[in-house]
Structures are given as structure tokens and as C-alpha cells.
Design a protein around this ligand. Structure first.
Ligand code: ZN
Length: 222
């Protein structure tokens, strides 16, 4: 399996769930851009420009600038490849524009890691994404995300900690419409084309059960 796995997909595609599953199974470091952004205010290396971005745009559902995302990704790579337990990194939500894809690839080339990239695109229709997003919930204590499906729709408390479940603050309908424009399948196409062109793209059908998607992801990567 390649060392640098870049998961992409529209919001609600389940890419986060699949990225975590692969990371756990293969002892890779799971790096979610959301987690990196939330950790930034406590990071002594954060620049004033970065902190300004965190305060202004990250929770409004709009995309943050390319330089900001790339900075987070480069830092994460620097930090984790040095660790003795390093096996690989799973990036979850890091690449959302063509510019980011290209800059990250150029950066990985300088680290001799460009041949170690696999881009895993978990695709669902925009309509499916919208339905999944307007109905999924998050635990207010442990942040576990509860997807919306037949098994979970009647759950009233967090299955992990019993905490209270809430609709995610960025899952309000008008915010989701904005996110679908920014991050929906049309916006992903140039990124898919780029990864296809450099021969590292794996397209996975996300309109299946979580387990079936997981099997397809693993098959594509091995
Ligand atoms: Zn919980």
C-alpha cells in the first residue's frame, strides 16, 4: 500500500469514516483538515495570518485559502514522517481544489514521497450528499458523527458515550447548499482529472453500505 493516501469526495460521501477505518487497520496517521484547523489556535507555530483565517472563515462552511490548507498539510507531513512509528498518512478532506492537489504533489516530490501517493475518491450524487448531510448528527460530548441511515435514524443518544446528539452546526440547509457548490462533484472534477492524469486515482462507488465501500477501498489500495 502507498504511504500517502488522499481521500476526496463530496461532503456526506463517508470519506472521513473510510479514511479512519484504513488508518486504524494499517496504523497510518489519520489527518483530518478539520482537526488540524481546530488544533491551530493551540499550536505555537501558527502564524497570525493563519489564526485570522481560523477565526474568520473555517466554521462558516466556505473553503479556506489554498496556502492555508497546504501549510497545514506540509506541517503534518514534516511532523509525522519523522516519528519512529510512522507507516503512512491518511489525509481526509485536505484536497479540495486543483491548486491544493498540485501544490501538495510538488511538495511531496521534494520529500521523495510523490511516488507514494494514492488518491481515493469516494463518489456519491449531489442529491444523496444533500440528504445525508441535512440529517446526520454529532455527539455534543465526544464529537462522534452519527450518519443518517436505516440503522442509525432512531438512535437518540451517542452509541459511544451516551452523549446528546445534535444536528451539526455546519449542516444547516443554507450552509449545505453553499458547501455543495464549493465541494460538490462538479468542483471535484478538476482534482479527479489531475490525479487521473498522474495515474494515482482510485474511484470508489460511495452509494453502498459503509462495509461495502470499505472493501472496495481496500481492494483498490492493495
Ligand atoms: Zn459521544
Amino acid at each position: 500500500m502507498k504511504q500517502i493516501l488522499i481521500f476526496i469526495g463530496p461532503p456526506g460521501s463517508g470519506k472521513g469514516t473510510q479514511a479512519k477505518k484504513i488508518a486504524e487497520k494499517y496504523k497510518y496517521r489519520h489527518v483530518s483538515t478539520g482537526d488540524l484547523i481546530r488544533a491551530l489556535p493551540n499550536d505555537p507555530t501558527a502564524t497570525p495570518e493563519e489564526l485570522k483565517i481560523v477565526n474568520e472563515v473555517s466554521f462558516a462552511g466556505r473553503l479556506v485559502p489554498d496556502w492555508f490548507i497546504c501549510g497545514l498539510v506540509f506541517r503534518a507531513v514534516e511532523r509525522y514522517v519523522k516519528l519512529s512509528e510512522y507507516k503512512g498518512i491518511v489525509f481526509d478532506g485536505a484536497v479540495r481544489t486543483l491548486e491544493q492537489a498540485e501544490r501538495i504533489q510538488q511538495y511531496l516530490e521534494t520529500k521523495d514521497l510523490d511516488k507514494e501517493v494514492a488518491a481515493v475518491a469516494i463518489m456519491i450524487s449531489d442529491k444523496e450528499a444533500f440528504d445525508r448531510l441535512t440529517k446526520r448528527r454529532v455527539c455534543s460530548s465526544c464529537r462522534e458523527i452519527i450518519p443518517w441511515n436505516e440503522e442509525t435514524k432512531n438512535i437518540t443518544a451517542c452509541p459511544k458515550c451516551g452523549g446528546e446528539l445534535k444536528i451539526r452546526p455546519d449542516d444547516k440547509e443554507e450552509v449545505i447548499k453553499t458547501r455543495m457548490v464549493d465541494q460538490g462533484s462538479a468542483s471535484l472534477q478538476p482534482i479527479l482529472d489531475y490525479y487521473q492524469k498522474i495515474g494515482v486515482l482510485k474511484i470508489i462507488d460511495g452509494m453502498q453500505s459503509i462495509d461495502a465501500v470499505g472493501r472496495d477501498v481496500e481492494k483498490a489500495l492493495l
